[in-house]
Structure formats: C-alpha cells, structure tokens
Design a protein around this ligand. Structure first.
Ligand code: SAM
Length: 295
C-alpha cells in the first residue's frame, strides 16, 4: 500500500508523537497522484542520484526510492530522523540530519555516491527558504543536472516568467541565467496537511552553462540585476542612478551606446540584453575607477 493520504499522515504523526512545526515550513503532501506526477516529471532511472530537501514524513522519499534511484535526503527536524531511518533503511538511502543551507552539496554527493551521474534535486520545498535553496543549487554546485521542485505558486511563476509580465523580476533572471526553466503544473493548497494559505506550483530547471560563459563577472551580474529591479516602477536609468550615483548624462550615454533606451524598465529586458549591459557597465566602471586611481 502507498504511504500517503491524510489518514496515513495523521497516523504517522500520532504514532510517533510528532507535531507539525510551522517554523520549518512543514506542509505534508497527501495526494498520491501528485507524488507520482512529481516523480514522473523528474524522469528518474535507477542510475539517478536524487537530492531530496526536507523528506518530512517520507511521502515523496518512498516514491523516489521505489524508482531504484539513490536518494540523499536532508532533514533539519530531528524528530523525523528515527522514523525515516526505520522506514527507509537500505544501501540506496542516505539521510543527513542538518540544515541543507549549511551543507556543501557537491562534497556530500561525492562522499556518499561513487561517481554520481544524472543528479536531480526533487523536493517539496520549505517555502520560507525557497530562494536561498534555489540560489545555493544554482550558484554553489557544479554537479546538479536538474531540479523538479515544488514552491509557492507566486514564486513558481516568477522563476519561469518571461519579460514584460508582472511576475518577471531579478529572481526570474538569476534562475534563467543558470537553467532552462519550465512551469510544470499547479498544485492546490487542499492537498497538504496543514493546508498553506496559497497554492503551489512545480517547476523544472534544466541546468546549462551557456549564459554563464558570456558573463564577465558573476557577482557583479547578480548585483546588477538586483539593482536594475530595485524599484520596479522606476526606469532602468533611475534605478542605476540611485545605485551608482553617477551623472545621469553619462548613464544615458552608456545605455544608448548599447542600444537600450534610458526610459525602459528592467522588466522589458531579456536575459541576453541584461548580460550584455552588465558586462558593459562592469568594464566602464572598472575604467572609471582606474582613471580615478591615476589622478
Ligand atoms: N517532503 C515532505 C512532503 O512532501 O510531505 C515534507 C515537505 S515540507 C513542505 C518541508 C520539509 O523541509 C519539512 O520536513 C521540514 O522539516 C524540512 N526543512 C525545513 N527547513 C529545512 C532546512 N533548512 N534544511 C533541511 N530541511 C528543512
């Protein structure tokens, strides 16, 4: 029998005398169809290594292990550790009791799995740290191939948004810079216990290095996109001016030299244009600071 559903979840909590901890973003998935859909979307084979963030009571973990894949699971809540160990003991299951944000995922992978291939992060993410987890996977690791992750609907839409939409912002650009993103499907709030206040969405991220090669300085690029969107209703020119405190005339000249209207808003700029602008500004600012050093 599949181990999901409200009766099973309540029974697990009661039998192990557990309580739901809001501070850890605990919303347990109750619907077997959605669990199956997540696993199917992740296209897992027995050769896959899955990183699961927040196994909780193990509903998704069980479905992942059934595929024959190796699973590395990070759980912060010590109360879940004994029951996860008891249910899933075996050579393909590695449980790490820790805050995932404190871990070096590449180091754990190579320590626990011999020559890990087809590495995929699959998770019903704790919503309070969705962005830090995304950025950790996108910026700090080199071994992850893709992610199939559930997050709150609003963030799922941001991550997969295109230009000139309400959802498009600095997070859309930061994610799409490192991965081809796709909104997979919506998940209604009623299929969780406790039910959160918002619906959720599952997003797939296929990692790629194509854009990375085009960026001159990655930390500057991330700062540039953050600042370009600092005040959404302001023009790009005004956001850049508030950040760089340079003469407006110079900034207008720089933007126009790159074929970008000073009146444009960041939400209208595609990734490639943003990369080109960030590179150009990086070089100009370097030149300007070099000129100042000479005087
Ligand atoms: N996977 C389960 C499911 O789908 O029913 C639980 C998902 S629940 C939304 C999020 C899980 O992440 C919880 O088990 C929570 O304790 C865990 N968690 C929260 N913060 C964490 C962190 N910093 N590191 C690791 N796990 C965390």
């Amino acid at each position: 029998m599949k181990k999901s559903g409200i009766a099973h979840t309540k029974d697990m909590l009661n039998r192990h005398a557990l309580r739901v901890k809001k501070q850890y973003g605990q919303n347990f998935l109750l619907d077997q169809n959605i669990l199956d859909k997540i696993v199917k979307t992740a296209a897992i084979t027995p050769a896959t290594t899955v990183i699961e963030i927040g196994p909780g009571l193990g509903a998704l973990t069980g479905a992942l292990l059934e595929t024959g894949a190796t699973v590395i699971a990070y759980e912060i809540d010590g109360d879940f550790i004994p029951l996860l160990k008891e249910h899933f003991a075996g050579p393909t299951f590695h449980l790490i009791h820790d805050d995932v944000l404190k871990r070096d995922l590449d180091a754990d992978l190579t320590t626990l799995v011999l020559d890990p291939k087809d590495v995929v992060v699959v998770a019903n993410l704790p919503y309070y740290i969705t962005t830090p987890i995304l950025m950790q996977c996108l910026e700090e690791t080199t071994r992850i191939d893709r992610m199939v992750v559930m997050m709150q609907l609003e963030v799922a839409k941001r991550v997969s948004a295109s230009t000139n939409t309400k959802a498009y912002n600095a997070l859309s650009l930061a994610v799409q810079y490192r991965a081809i993103t796709r909104f997979a499907f919506k998940v209604p709030r009623q299929v969780f216990m406790p039910a959160p206040h918002v619906d959720s969405g599952v997003v797939t991220l296929e990692f790629t290095d194509i854009h990375r090669q085009a960026v001159v300085d990655e930390p500057f690029f991330f700062t540039f996109i953050k600042q370009a969107f600092a005040q959404r209703r302001k023009t790009l020119l005004n956001n850049l001016q508030a950040w760089l405190l340079l003469d407006k005339g110079i900034l207008i000249e720089w933007l126009e030299s790159q074929g970008v209207s000073p009146q444009i808003r960041a939400e209208a700029l595609e990734l490639k244009t943003m990369i080109n602008l960030a590179n150009f500004f990086y070089k100009q600012l370097e030149k300007t600071s070099g000129d100042n050093d000479d005087t």
